[in-house]
Each structure stands twice: as structure tokens, then as C-alpha cells.
Design a protein around this ligand. Structure first.
Ligand SMILES: Nc1nc2c(c(=O)[nH]1)N[C@H]1C(S)=C(S)[C@@H](COP(=O)(O)OP(=O)(O)OC[C@H]3O[C@@H](n4cnc5c(N)ncnc54)[C@H](O)[C@@H]3O)O[C@H]1N2
Ligand code: MOO
Length: 394
């Protein structure tokens, strides 16, 4: 039996030895959620020039005592000018005139929005600190410095920072194409009539959604049969993909379609000290003429998704946010297994378990926003005991 860490390492080694993503250069508007392929440096200082943080007056701090003549007016978008002395009325974002070194907010001098006219005088109420309310050139980031590191997932702030640097395209990793094959003779497509003994295929949809949210391109198919030949046919008919994920057919039953079809091709099956998600398979098979990694997840719907979270998502998307939170109630756990329970964060700052241990409890999973980790060796945790929690509510 492998540990979770051993299986994670095996999956990482397998996937990374086959999937070497090409670099693509989408425009920023099409790069949301993509993963940076290389470090990106800003070609310009951010901000590109000293500018005012406030609507107010630009002054020289060492010459700001007594009445000051208003010597000009600059707004955002105006060119950079030399400081003529006195006080220059200045708007937020306008370039600080060269030679001025501080901004006094307008409300410190008079009413907000009311500026003295050029040639009028203003009197400042207090001494001024050099640099106050000046947003210095390069104070966010200097030209040439790394703005975002390879591996960063591009969200609103990251894309905004690239745009602020004047960049129009960004190097991102090609999205992995993942073929999801859910198996089992008992499965029916949602929408079909449900025959006695049949259940609807949840995993094709849940794993596709998980892959898509993790930045992959999900291609899903169902093999609703226990015939290994049918699974091999489905794989032979598939176009080129970077990875295959199967669900079901891996444990100890008489009809284990995935194991029966893929074990002869060299895929290894075994147990991981994990619940849910114990039975696992991994290896490489030929798909569309190319050696392609395959991960075989157990069919129970919770087991499939938990397997994805522990073994595949970190490779595609990085780690989930990890919290350490007290349990809202006590819980028992098998000493020999790393147990992953579904949970919900509470307003009290604790995590409460949702539903029981069993891996068919998908509706309970659907009400959860966290995974609660109870490691090997832990047999019981009391209410208030702090445990590792992964947020999964993205
Ligand atoms: N004698 C043993 N029996 C089982 C063991 C074991 O060690 N010894 N392990 C159990 C564990 S743990 C798991 S997990 C499952 C894994 O089973 P399989 O991967 O072979 O999956 P199936 O038997 O095909 O299905 C299990 C369960 O999940 C339902 N299922 C399957 N696919 C889907 C789908 N796409 N959508 C919704 N539900 C699905 C299926 O109907 C079964 O109820 O084995 C245990 N047994
Ligand atoms: O390992 Mo199974 O995945 O517990 O339910």
C-alpha cells in the first residue's frame, strides 16, 4: 500500500515525464485563468512617473511655510513640467512637477474641491513632510523587475498588472487536453430513463468540471459496459490527448473493466492509504499513436473527486488554499488511512463536517466548501482540535 505522498510523487513523475506544455501567447483579454509559462518582467516603471495620490497642492516641503502663491494647475494626463515654486494645484494621478516633493490635500487647506485660482495665495496649516502623498515612480515595481513568476494563475489583479505594464500578450502554458472516461455497466446518461439497478453517471460531469476549473480542456466519454474490449475501443478511437483519467472499475470485483483492460497494457493498480480514494491505478498507454499517461480513479463519486483534488489538481493548478482550523465537533478516523472528510467553514471560525464518511455521499459534498484532512495515525480528534483544511470553493 502506498502513502498519499508516494502516490502524489508517482503521479507527478508520470505526468511530467509525458506532458511538457507548449507556450502560447494569448492576448490579455483571453488569458483569464491561464497559467504563466515564464517569468514576466515589467518593461516600464510602475507607476511610470511621480504622481499625486491626492487632489491638493504640490509644494517643496522645505519652502512650504507662510503664504504660498498658486503658480499653476496640473490634472491627470497633463505633461510633466518644472515646478515654478509656490504651490501648484494638482489632481490625483497628475505628474508631480519636477522640483516639488510633497502634496498637501486640498481639504487641509480649504473645502474639498475648492481650489485657489492661479496667483491667489494659500496657507498650509502645518509643516509638510517631504514625499507625503507622492506616489513615486517605480514604487510599485521598477522597470525590468519580475512582475509575475512562472506558474502564476492569471486572475483579475495579475491581468491588470500586465495591462498596467503596457503588455498586450502573455506567455501561458498550453492547456492540457484530458480525456475523461467514466466506466460501469450500471451507468446511464443524465436525461435517459433510469432502468432498475442503474444510476446516472455523475463522474463524467464532475471530473470534466474539475478539469476545466483547473485550466484543462476536458473531453468526456462514457463506457457503460463491463467489457474491457469496449474500453480499449474507446481509447483507440480517441484523438490525441495529454492525459486520460478513468473512473470506476479498479477495485476487487469480478468485473473491473479498467483494471482488466489496462493492466495487460502495463498500467499498475494498487491501494493508497487514503479514504476515500483508496484504489488507484497509473501508467502510460498508447492513445492516437502517442504514449499518454493514464490515471485510474475509483468510481465512487466522492472518491473520484477527492482523487482529483489530491493527485491531479496540484499538477494543473497548484495547491488549494490551506487553513488550520478547529473542528466544531469530535471525529473518529481510521489510524491506517489518511481520511479526507467534506466540511464547511462556520462563522465561528471552525470547520464542521458535512455528511458521513462514505464515498457515495455526493450531495453532501455538494454542500461543502472544504476538505478536512485527518492524517494517518490519528484515530480521534476532539472538538476544538486544529486540523488541516483545504478550501475548495473557487
Ligand atoms: N471487496 C472490496 N470491495 C471494494 C473495495 C475493496 O477494497 N474490496 N474498495 C471499495 C472502495 S474503497 C471503492 S472506492 C470502490 C472502488 O470501486 P471501483 O473503482 O471499482 O468503482 P466501481 O465498482 O465501478 O464503482 C464504485 C461505486 O461507484 C459508482 N459509480 C461508478 N462510476 C460512477 C459514475 N460515473 N457516476 C456515479 N457513480 C458511479 C458505482 O455504481 C459503485 O456504486 O470499491 C469498493 N469496493
Ligand atoms: O477508497 Mo473508496 O474511495 O473509500 O470509497
Amino acid at each position: 500500500m502506498s502513502t498519499v505522498a508516494e502516490h502524489q510523487a508517482a503521479v507527478r513523475a508520470l505526468v511530467s515525464s509525458h506532458w511538457r506544455p507548449a507556450t502560447e501567447y494569448p492576448p490579455l483579454g483571453a488569458a483569464l485563468g491561464r497559467v504563466l509559462a515564464d517569468d514576466v518582467r515589467t518593461p516600464i516603471d510602475l507607476p511610470p512617473f511621480d504622481n499625486s495620490q491626492m487632489d491638493g497642492y504640490a509644494v517643496r516641503a522645505d519652502a512650504a511655510a507662510g503664504p504660498l502663491r498658486v503658480s499653476g494647475h496640473v490634472a491627470a494626463g497633463d505633461p510633466i513640467t518644472a515646478f515654478p515654486g509656490g504651490a501648484v494645484a494638482i489632481m490625483t494621478g497628475a505628474p508631480v512637477p519636477l522640483g516639488a516633493d510633497a502634496i498637501v490635500p486640498v481639504e487641509a487647506v480649504g473645502a474639498p474641491g475648492e481650489f485657489a485660482a492661479v496667483d491667489d495665495t494659500v496657507e498650509l496649516p502645518a509643516p509638510v513632510e517631504p514625499g507625503s502623498f507622492v506616489r513615486a515612480r517605480g514604487s510599485d515595481l521598477a522597470a525590468g523587475a519580475v512582475l509575475l513568476e512562472a506558474g502564476t494563475v492569471l486572475g483579475p489583479a495579475q491581468l491588470g498588472a500586465l495591462a498596467a505594464s503596457g503588455l498586450t500578450t502573455v506567455p501561458v502554458r498550453a492547456r492540457p487536453r484530458v480525456l475523461i472516461v467514466s466506466t460501469g455497466a450500471e451507468l446511464a446518461e443524465p436525461g435517459e430513463p433510469l432502468a432498475p439497478g442503474a444510476i446516472y453517471d455523475a463522474n463524467a460531469v464532475s471530473l470534466s468540471a474539475a478539469i476545466t476549473l483547473a485550466g484543462g480542456i476536458a473531453l468526456a466519454t462514457g463506457v457503460y459496459s463491463d467489457e474491457p474490449g469496449h474500453l480499449r475501443l474507446a481509447l483507440e478511437a480517441a484523438g490525441p490527448v495529454d492525459l486520460v483519467v478513468t473512473s470506476g472499475g479498479v477495485s476487487a470485483g469480478a468485473h473491473e473493466v479498467v483494471r482488466d483492460a489496462l493492466e495487460p497494457l502495463g498500467v499498475r493498480f494498487g491501494s493508497v492509504a487514503l479514504q476515500p480514494g483508496g484504489p488507484q491505478g497509473l501508467g502510460a498507454i498508447t492513445v492516437a499513436g502517442a504514449p499518454t499517461p493514464v490515471l485510474c480513479f475509483p468510481g465512487n463519486p466522492v472518491s473520484s473527486l477527492v482523487s482529483f483534488e489530491l493527485f491531479l489538481r496540484p499538477l494543473l493548478r497548484g495547491d488549494r488554499p490551506v487553513l488550520r482550523l478547529p473542528l466544531s465537533a469530535s471525529v473518529d478516523s481510521p489510524a491506517a488511512k489518511h481520511q479526507v472528510r467534506r466540511g464547511r467553514l462556520t462563522d465561528a471560525g471552525t470547520v464542521e463536517l458535512v455528511g458521513g464518511v462514505s464515498s457515495h455521499l455526493l450531495a453532501a459534498y455538494a454542500r461543502s466548501d472544504a476538505l478536512v484532512h485527518l492524517p494517518v495515525g490519528l484515530t480521534r480528534a476532539e472538538a476544538g482540535e486544529v486540523v488541516e483544511v483545504w478550501r475548495i470553493d473557487e
